[in-house]
Design a protein around this ligand. Structure first.
Ligand code: UDX
Length: 451
């Protein structure tokens, strides 16, 4: 593209995680010159070769194109900030042992940026932080720099699509001019989305980013964690009802299809299964609990959601045990190690928990994921074998657990599976299979909340 240098279309993004890379790659292909800054040299080196360290549809094509056109500059130096009109903070907030988020990177990024920021530049927080953090970070920045909270709602696996088709864009802060500056960046991205589509095939709906919420700082911070906590609540609610369905003969899928048809409730995030994982929900739920506790507010509703979630991997393993009598010396395949389909991310992955629970119970576990084998290695017990195909995983096994909803697990030939397995148990920990297909293939089916 070769856009001419001008500080209004030069930005910096600090942190090359899922959010930072997606933000930088999209902005760099819609007219911005982007310094993508990370202290991790290894990540920057990988980015310089035209790819990301994680699997995400469309992202590598965007990185490569932006590098070729010199619009994206991955670097460990903070110097690009001196030329930037907007600086995005997208650093990680790992959790402390008490469940509160560790904000060290949030503060160190702000400190590093504060020495370099241009007068009238805007500092935009995309990292998920507890409500009240922005005020502290803002006080670390020079007086003329405005502070904005612009929480990110993208889902891993559909990060590019979500960025082009946001349900809403929240821009919180006290400075109207700064809020409008950030808004106009999103409008520019929206206008430039045809280029993203050309490179990735991922399309944007017209006026997809139509709804902007310009709020105060604290509201913006609270919107993000509230949205994630509510979605987590929906999942744990569905899982609690699924346990009741298991006891009574109701089918949770039928129940939620009808319940979710009520527009006030909505069907999404009511899929029962082995519970939620990933880098956001577990952390945001515990972060909200600790933030409420700090302010003396009772959020036991979220403590309960968390407990239900923690119980789910053990619940499905226990259900399977009743069929197999014991796991001792049984050979079991676990399909799906990413925390969900479409990503290589294994953080807090329920599939990994299930594999480790089975191994602890004496089973010989063979695990497979189409994109997350490498990431899973260090989290799986050393006795677990990792293989490269579904067939290698399922050959001669007594049972198969499906722990992530990758399409290839749903689309496999179940007659063939039945032929190569030693036993006949299929445990659908994500409720993606049609039980009658499994039964027709001569296999036994166990789901969650499906009788
Ligand atoms: C989530 C939010 O959706 C996103 O808006 C925010 O920016 C980051 O956190 P993400 O963690 O990428 O995104 O994944 P998401 O698709 O929301 O799924 C989270 C977990 O919930 C996964 O483990 C998924 O398998 C599980 N899930 C989801 C269910 O168990 N049931 C459901 O009905 C939906």
């Amino acid at each position: 593209m070769g856009t001419k240098f001008h500080w209004h279309n030069t930005i910096s993004v600090i942190g090359s995680g899922y959010v930072g890379v997606t933000t930088a790659a999209i902005a760099a292909n819609t007219g911005y010159k982007v310094y993508l800054i990370d202290i991790n040299q290894e990540r920057i080196d990988v980015l310089k070769t035209g790819k990301s360290f994680f699997y995400e549809e469309g992202i590598d094509a965007l990185i490569k194109n932006a590098l070729d056109s010199k619009q994206l500059i991955p670097t460990t130096s903070y110097d690009g900030i001196t030329k930037s009109s907007i600086v995005f903070s997208c650093v990680g907030t790992p959790d402390n042992s008490d469940g509160s988020p560790n904000l060290d990177y949030v503060f160190s990024a702000a400190k590093a940026a504060s020495n370099k920021m241009k007068k009238d530049a805007v500092y935009v927080q995309k990292s998920t932080v507890p409500v009240g953090t922005g005020k502290i970070v803002a006080s670390m920045l020079p007086g003329q720099v405005a502070y904005i909270s612009n929480p990110e709602f993208l889902r891993e696996g559909t990060a590019v699509f979500d960025t082009l088709n946001s349900d809403r864009i929240v821009i919180g802060g006290a400075d109207k001019e700064a809020q409008n500056k950030v808004k106009s960046l999103y409008e520019t991205i929206e206008h430039g989305s045809a280029n993203i589509t050309k490179l990735t095939g991922i399309t944007a709906q017209p006026h997809a980013n139509g709804s902007y919420f310009l709020t105060n700082l604290e509201s913006a911070e609270l919107i993000k964690v509230t949205a994630n906590a509510f979605l987590a609540l929906k999942i744990s609610f569905a899982n609690s009802i699924a346990k009741l369905a298991d006891k009574t003969g109701a089918d949770i899928t039928e129940v939620m299809d009808a319940v979710g048809a009520d527009a006030r409730i909505n069907r999404s995030f009511l899929n029962a299964g082995r519970g939620y994982g990933g880098g956001c929900f577990p952390k945001d739920v515990s972060g909200l609990i600790s933030s409420a506790a700090e302010h003396g507010v009772d959020l036991s509703i979220m403590t309960a959601a968390n407990e239900v979630n923690e119980s789910m991997p053990g619940y499905i393993v226990h259900k399977a045990k009743r069929s197999l009598t014991s796991f001792e010396k049984k050979k079991i395949a676990v399909l799906g190690l990413a925390f969900k389909a479409g990503t290589s991310d294994t953080r807090r992955s329920p599939g990994i928990k299930i594999a480790n629970l089975l191994a602890n119970a004496g089973a010989y576990v063979v695990a497979y994921d189409p994109h997350a084998n490498k990431e899973a290695v260090h989290e799986l017990k050393t006795t677990i074998s990792i293989v490269e195909t579904i067939v290698d995983a399922t050959k001669n096994v007594d049972a198969v657990f499906i722990a992530t909803e990758w399409p290839e697990f749903k689309q496999q030939d179940f007659h063939e599976l039945s032929r190569i397995m030693k036993g006949n148990l299929v445990v659908d920990a994500v409720n993606i299979l049609n039980p009658s297909d499994i039964l027709k293939a001569g296999l036994q089916y166990i789901g969650i909340g499906r009788g």
